[in-house]
Design a protein around this ligand. Structure first.
Ligand code: FMN
Length: 200
């Protein structure tokens, strides 16, 4: 392990019963954890429910417990990989709600995507998420990892049946994420990122 591994939050964006999200995210987290420059924090939004209330200055009781766990873990990360399915050409409502409770945690940090779904492999969900993370002053990476017809892609052990291409795509994505994380960390250290969101 390198002296200063990147703390990478891998966020499981689907929370529904019967979801495949943890299988996709688990595979990706294992690939990332295999690198000596990355320390993975696997964040499953289903394990820290924050309800469906919208963000407020004082979070309601049903959101408090989940936010107490989620917020510090997001803040501690130097980069993020959001693992998202596609629901009706976009991403899950629970993921949006989790994002909306936060802001500065994402400022000037890289966000990458592992997407999955039916015929489009979740690509439309990713395009929507890019716009959201730009609003949060994050930098999204060009490359993504994508699984179309995801329910056909993984074996009983939770690994891709055809491992070569996804593994290569994951490594390429992680190379970009670590590059951006280093560059943005150095930039934040030299000159703190203090740009407020002024136009909404
Ligand atoms: C409400 C709903 C809407 C969906 N809409 C799409 C869609 O627009 N495009 C697509 O490719 N797949 C769509 N799917 C298929 C999902 O991407 C697929 O079932 C995936 O496994 C869902 O992720 P999850 O199992 O982790 O929740 C939809 C699934 C659900 C439940």
């Amino acid at each position: 392990m390198s002296d200063h591994p990147l703390r990478l939050a891998v966020i499981v964006g689907s929370v529904r019963d019967g979801r495949i999200g943890p299988i996709v995210a688990g595979w990706f987290a294992r690939v990332a954890a295999g690198r000596d420059d990355i320390q993975v924090d696997l964040i499953d939004l289903a394990e820290m429910p924050i309800g469906s209330a919208s963000p407020t200055m004082s979070p309601p009781p049903e959101a408090l417990a989940g936010l107490r766990e989620l917020t510090p873990r997001l803040a501690a990360a130097g980069a993020y990989v959001v693992v998202t399915p596609e629901y009706n050409h976009s991403y899950p409502a629970a993921l949006k709600n989790a994002i909306d409770w936060h802001d500065v945690q994402f400022h000037a940090k890289p966000v990458a995507f592992v997407s999955y779904g039916g015929i489009s492999g979740g690509l439309r969900a990713v395009e929507h998420l890019r716009a959201v993370f730009t609003e949060l002053h994050a930098v999204t990476t060009r490359d993504i990892v994508s699984f179309h017809h995801v329910w056909e892609q993984f074996d009983a052990d939770g690994n891709p049946k055809d491992p070569q291409r996804p593994a290569a795509a994951a490594e390429a994505l992680l190379d970009q994420v670590t590059w951006w994380a280093r560059a943005l960390h150095d930039a934040r250290t030299t000159s703190p990122y203090r740009f407020a969101t002024t136009t909404r």
